[in-house]
Design a protein around this ligand. Structure first.
Ligand SMILES: Nc1ncnc2c1ncn2[C@@H]1O[C@H](COP(=O)(O)OP(=O)(O)O)[C@@H](O)[C@H]1O
Ligand SMILES: [Mg+2]
Ligand SMILES: [Zn+2]
Length: 252
């Protein structure tokens, strides 16, 4: 509700603007500010990332190659956020080592999109599955069943640490249905994962006669969810920059 004491709109939520000698109604600032605050409150971004933004993402100062590569990533994420929403690839998938800044960038992109009025929702993958499962197992409170529906319907869903969970058929089906639903309905998804994938520049399994035993994205979420993800997302592979907490950095 617009505040009645707003000096601009006096509680109507609209203000009159004059452009090229024509006057029209526009949403008042008190409304857009309120909406931004509301969106931020509802997004469930964890406290660690409360301030993560595209402006405070730092670049490694002591390694020119890492600097250049990470700067490239930052530019891509900024472009994604700026051009959002786009039809062809409405989503973003950040892949790379732990500590390379994936969640920071994902949250920063989400926040920048929310600042333009879109509704965003952060979900830790493991936590989402736990909540959905507890909803089914105990046939319990509506709040838990909600998790599944909410993950389907949110304007923009951030699924953090995709695949960080042991594999069961149940997990595979649940993740596939969420991702497929979102993909079919062109609902944007931002995801991060530490898992590897041949299409993201990681070696093919069995490359050069050697078997790579590392767990892949496909191992964890199944082939259908994986191919849907690649279909709907711009894929960004994080450079090997090491763990942020171990390096010296400057503003990007
Ligand atoms: N380039 C960066 N600039 C500023 N903070 C960063 C950067 N990379 C990571 N961080 C911070 O370091 C911590 C770990 O990064 P995070 O994004 O969680 O890594 P990942 O998700 O890849 O494991 C977070 O607090 C994050 O805000
Ligand atoms: Mg992370
Ligand atoms: Zn107002």
């Amino acid at each position: 509700m617009p505040p009645v004491d707003c000096p601009i709109c006096h509680g109507t939520g609209f203000k009159i603007v004059v452009k090229d000698e024509l006057s029209g109604a526009e949403r008042c600032e008190c409304q857009t500010k309120d909406r931004a605050r509301l969106l931020e409150e509802n997004a469930q971004i964890p406290p660690l990332y409360r301030n993560a933004s595209l402006d405070n993402f730092l670049l490694p100062r002591d390694n020119p190659i890492s600097y250049r590569d990470l700067q490239g990533v930052l530019v891509q994420v900024k472009t994604f956020a700026r051009d959002f929403p786009t039809d062809k690839t409405p989503g973003l998938l950040l892949m790379g080592e732990p500590g390379s800044g994936k969640t920071h960038l994902a949250v920063a992109a989400l926040r920048s999109i929310m600042a333009r009025g879109f509704e965003g929702l952060f979900f830790d993958y493991q936590n989402l599955l736990d909540r959905i499962r507890s909803g089914y197992d105990q046939n319990s409170g509506a709040a838990d069943k909600e998790a599944y529906r909410v993950a389907m319907e949110a304007d923009v869903l951030l699924l953090d640490d995709l695949g960080a969970h042991r594999v069961t058929d149940w997990v595979e089906d649940t993740v596939t249905s969420i991702i497929t639903y979102r993909c079919n309905n062109r609902k944007p998804l931002i995801a991060t994962t530490n898992l590897i994938d041949p299409e993201a520049g990681n070696a093919q399994r069995n490359a050069g006669g050697k078997v790579d035993y590392r767990v892949t994205l496909e191992d964890r979420v199944g082939s259908r969810a994986r191919s849907r993800l690649f279909e709907m997302c711009r894929v960004i592979r994080m450079p090997l920059v090491g763990d942020f907490r171990m390096r010296r950095s400057v503003p990007g």
